[in-house]
Design a binder for this molecule. Structure first.
Ligand code: 6PG
Length: 467
């Protein structure tokens, strides 16, 4: 019983997290079905670091200090249940088991209840930052058993990414709050990735810009208020050539994107909660549309564009594009954060959005300079239900709404699909509407189905014989 911390799974995430743990002076043990992975994990440690890899659950459990601290880093779904089942015979009351994968939040609730009966502290923790984040500083979103988290806090704070010295890890809330926050993080991730792709498409296909100029534009954006991890990697991606063809690598990458489901879950659950997240929905939809390659090829022959062919000098719209991107991006975060606020009430998570935005400033995939603005909005008003209601954030979007309209029109005129640009603008326009045309929908429902309607001038439900 000598190791401080263990992971089940020595894949990319597991071994990198453990090496990160070891770098911070803790001893670390890993369990994997593959002896090769266990051995290469040990070999990757620096001389003098105390690490141990094994394929035996019993040996693994025996190697850990008690109460044990074990993180599961296996693919979400039934493999998490299997990992727990294999470990259980060797665990004792008081041990802590953390699920560090992208598990669906209701699975976490179920596992929490089952393990609680056995005296095991279980919590779900979203981890973001991919391979290099895991190795050198991820953003981590733990929720659930608070006391258990407090016990492991020194390890997590040591390995987390830091922003101005603040670790990018904090307790997110009750129950499955950690997994829920990570799920919405991924929904936002989908929408921002789609938004960047739309920007690329508008420039390349819509305006005929060349890749070198688009690359420069993203590199330039990354220097200022648009600074973000996803813009940064896009500028890097647009520099990489394919070794075989000499062409840019993105040009030879197929245009259908896979997904593991977290974006879809965000949209699905948002529908259940009546949380409007149209930009996330659009991003999921576009990944779905991308999958229908054969049909798109056929449609491209039949459905010709009636788009405007007029040539536009990119320099004349560069500032508007930048402002429109910023506008859409804020609206994407606004939707995701508002979903968290709604879910927090519905599921009694007690999520503190100041903490969420604080730990999203570094380490995670959606880290961006604007997170600092969001954090200060929640710091001055912890009850803020939507960041668009904060006067500083409102100013940021109001200053850019004309640009957003101009770019939306340009995308429409050019026949370039830009659903995240467009839905972000519609979300903004819908959200700021004191009166929506939903009164007409109430009337229609009552007309054809006698579903009754409510009135603005008196209480109660009413029905009209419309014909
Ligand atoms: C992260 C990522 C990570 C993973 C996504 C990819 O925060 O580090 O979100 O969790 O890369 O799950 O999601 P898709 O495969 O669904 O695009």
């Amino acid at each position: 019983n000598q190791y401080d911390f263990g992971t089940v799974g020595l894949g990319v995430m597991g071994s990198n997290i453990l090496l990160n743990v070891a770098d911070h002076g803790f001893s670390a043990a890993g369990l994997d079905l593959s002896a090769e992975k266990a051995a290469s994990f040990e070999a990757a440690a620096k001389p003098g670091q105390s690490v141990f890899g094994t394929t035996s659950p019993e040996e693994f459990a025996k190697s850990l200090k008690t109460p044990r601290a074990i993180m599961l880093l296996v693919p979400a779904g039934s493999l998490v249940d299997l990992a727990i089942e294999n470990l259980l015979p060797f665990l004792e009351q008081g041990d802590i088991v953390i699920d560090g994968g992208n598990s669906y939040f209701t699975d976490t609730n179920r596992r929490f209840a089952t393990l609680k009966e056995k005296g095991i502290h279980f919590f779900g923790m979203g981890i973001s930052g991919g391979e290099s984040g895991a190795r050198f500083g991820p953003s981590m979103m733990p929720g659930g058993d608070k006391l258990a988290y407090e016990r492991l806090r020194p390890i997590f704070e040591a390995i987390a990414a830091k922003v101005n010295g603040d670790p990018c890890v904090a307790y997110m809330g009750n129950g499955s709050a950690g997994n829920y926050v990570k799920m919405v993080h991924n929904g936002i991730e989908y929408a921002i990735m789609q938004l960047i792709s739309e920007t690329y498409d508008l420039l390349k296909r819509g305006l005929g810009a060349d890749d070198a100029d688009i690359q420069k534009l993203f590199a330039d954006w990354n220097q200022g208020e648009l600074q973000s991890f996803l813009i940064e990697i896009t500028a890097e991606i647009l520099k990489v050539k394919d070794e075989e063809t000499g062409d840019l690598l993105v040009h030879v990458i197929s245009d259908w994107a896979r997904s593991k489901g977290t974006g879809k879950w965000t949209s699905q659950n948002a529908m259940d909660l009546q949380a409007p997240v149209p930009s996330i929905d659009s991003a999921v939809t576009m990944r779905n549309l991308s999958a229908h390659k054969q049909e798109r090829l056929l449609a491209s022959e039949i459905l010709h564009s009636a788009s405007q062919q007029e040539k536009i000098d990119i320099a004349t719209i560069a500032q508007s594009l930048k402002d429109a991107y910023y506008f859409a991006m804020i609206n994407v975060y606004a939707q995701g954060l508002a979903q968290l606020s709604i879910a927090s009430k519905e599921y009694q998570y007690e999520i503190d959005l100041k903490e969420v935005t604080k730990i999203w400033r570094g380490g995670c995939i959606i880290r961006a300079a604007c997170l600092e603005n969001f954090r200060s909005a929640f710091a001055s008003n912890p009850q803020l239900s939507n960041i668009l209601l904060d006067k500083d954030i409102a100013k940021l979007v109001l200053d850019r709404q004309q640009a957003a309209r101009k770019i939306a029109k340009l995308a429409i005129d050019k026949g370039i699909p830009a659903p995240v640009f467009l839905s972000s603008l519609s979300y903004f326009d819908g959200y700021r509407s004191a009166v929506l045309p939903t009164n007409l929908i109430q009337a229609q429902r009552d007309f054809f189905g006698a579903h009754l309607y409510e009135r603005t001038d008196k209480e109660g439900f009413f029905h009209t014989i419309w014909e």
